[in-house]
Design a protein around this ligand. Sequence first.
Ligand code: ATP
Length: 824
Amino acid sequence: MPNKSASTVLDSTEDKIRVEVEELKRDSSPSTTKLEKYKIIYNKKAESEFFVDNSALAGFTGERILYMAIRELIENSLDSCESFSILPSIKVSLKIFDQANDLWMLACEDNGTGINSDKLPIAVCSFLTSAKYMEKQQRGLFGVGLKMVAAFSTKDTDFPIKVWNKSIDEQDEYYFELRTDIGTNKPIVLSKKLLPKQHSRIQDTSGFRIEVILRAKLVPITKNKIYEYVSETSIVNPYSSITFETDDGIFQFNRRTSIMPNPAQEILPHPSDMDLKTLKKAISKFQTQKMSLPKILSSSFQKLSYEKAKDIVTNTGLSLKTPTGDFSEHDLIKIVNICKKTKFQNPNTDHLSPIGQEVLTIGMMSEYTIVSNKGNDTTGVTVTVPSFPPTSPTTPALATAEKPILNNTNSNPQVTNDTVTASTFESVQNDETRPTPFKNSLLKSNFSVKVLKPVLTTYTSRTCVINNRPTVVETGLAYGGDIPSFKLYRFANKIPLLYDEGSDVAREVISEVEINKMGITKKQAKEQFSVNKESKKDRVIEVLPLHIFFHICSTKIPYKTAGKESIASEGELKYYMKSCLSELYRKLSTQIRKELKLKEAENKIRLYKHYLPFIVDSINESLGSKNSKLNESFTRLIENHLSKKPQIDIGDASSADSTLPVQAFEKMDLAGTDLEPDIQEPQKTKDTQKTKETKDTKDTKDTKDTKDTKDTKNMVSSKPNLNKLESKKKDNKKVDPILAGKLTKVDPTRNVTKYKKPKGTNKKLIIKEQDTTNKKNKSLTIKTNVNRTKMNKSPKNAPNQSKTKEVQSTIDFYSKRVNKGKKK
Ligand SMILES: Nc1ncnc2c1ncn2[C@@H]1O[C@H](COP(=O)(O)OP(=O)(O)OP(=O)(O)O)[C@@H](O)[C@H]1O
């Protein structure tokens, strides 16, 4: 049902068609000369028409339309909050509006800066209009995203785009109804109203809310991607509160910290990045001020002093006295070329806003993920599904009578709340700015939000120069705990990248960084660490319960496609990413080795506990009397053994020390370093790194070997930990005399240990020699009275044969001692 302005759009399109038809008629009329007939007609296409015709350029393809629309709206909301350091509170809603016609209602509301009401129509509808065309890291880049949403709504439906806006510099709330004139790239303002306080829609001091109807199919893959996108956004922006409402329920991603990364600052362009366009723009900016060219250069570019600018101008052979306006384009190109060859200090990184160790760790420590409740997974908190008439022709809106947003001012980076809360909907006045509300029903959703908590997180970062632009590579790793399997997370300027993983540089990095230093085989990884034992993954790393996070920050991310979904391996980017990952793997390997030892120790303890009654029985039988303390002493020995078990690093955010980064991130001012050497550096560093790595590996290996041997020794000899018992004895603690024979090391070089019987029992020394080559205890076999039939009746989890042998030799050892004593 076309409304007034929609028909205006049609009018303009009809006019255009009419003109073209008339031109054709004229061309084909007999009176047209041959030259006129073959005349090539050049038309100018409006930007809006171009982007709608080539929507794939902006990522709006078939089944991705809803995903892209949600992505663009959330990114704009986050950008607008972050630019003013406002803790973001974002409410997104995606609901079926008219099932028969595949119409969806998408709404997004934030507490950001809003848009100046005069500029709002063009900001929403006119392609290539943006407040983000500057040298500063932001999610938005092109001035296209919001317009694509608006144009798709206009193109496929006759519903207006509804906007509620309270700009930070106006304080008044305005309500707009808009459409895009795709043929002219101009906004059509159907309605603009100043909302009285009682009809105010935006609760915060400023904010923006948009509601659009889109025609699209939502296939399950896209729906999962949308859920994944919102979950990952909450991981990488844990300082934001995101409420996501769908027909599956309302998902609340709580704010987990009030710490926000430092906002990016706008900086001047770097002279090595100068081109004719930037130079002309700089000159025209100072046109009225009659400034000399060197002065303009030094005021318009960073790291370019007045003196250096003067040298540049004179080196081109131009006169310093020439008025700036008199330089020809040819002269300006000369200046650009000289700048390309001149060495400048490296640009600073104030325009970048990386996530930082603290914030990313919080995100990694409490990964929110939307899970399906199928398969009896009830660990997540279920959400309620508000009932909604699927074919309602009215535009619904969410009334915000919901749980107050957590305003956590606690700087302690703890998870504030793991629960998911269901919103309630209130009846509101049914005018055009307050459409029909939903009714709340208590249907159980098939989905829930689960918070994954790993046992270890670690982080590192590198600041480097890629394509002449400072770039920060941040890498994090979350391991174990609730993490079920391997997953690679990719982010660019705090945006999750979900598609085209196969062609992303991060994928290459994962497959190229060796993990062999971890000291774990694929078999061990599968058997001892993997939840999915049947995993067909080729690489050890992909069998582990591990999440790897890569975040690249730059004002010029080398995206592979305009859809901004995968990053190319440009310059030395891959090198720095690999370096980060190697560092994190080293940290992880320490953890994995600890866990392996822990598992080994636990197996041993189980083994001893299983055989303890048999050992005690056999000794008692040999002695011919019952020594009631024997069992107690052995148990204490086992407990001592238990108390030595290695501790797992719980890298929670509150004990950040346990997850300290190997290299803490700092905003690096690259001033004082020449750009050139920095670009060359990786090669140099590569070698150094290589040498260092070889050394590290050697060192680690050496240390590992020594440590491992030591640990193995400890574990082997810890059966009767005589050193410990002896010290206990010194403390006048009661220790079984048979086990607590005085221990003296007589020949440390041969690793021979003499066990001396306590006074009064037997003065003979028993020598036990440990063979360090095969690490097996040698002891003579003697007859024992052990009831083997009983022993063989092992429980299900009985230790394997080699372990049984080991225990057998221990029993033999004690039986021998007892028998000898008896003979005497
Ligand atoms: N939620 C919002 N709050 C405040 N301003 C907004 C919001 N959404 C959009 N804007 C303004 O509208 C402008 C246009 O947004 P649009 O999404 O079209 O482009 P962009 O974000 O600049 O770039 P990109 O196309 O890469 O997303 C933004 O630059 C911003 O100034």
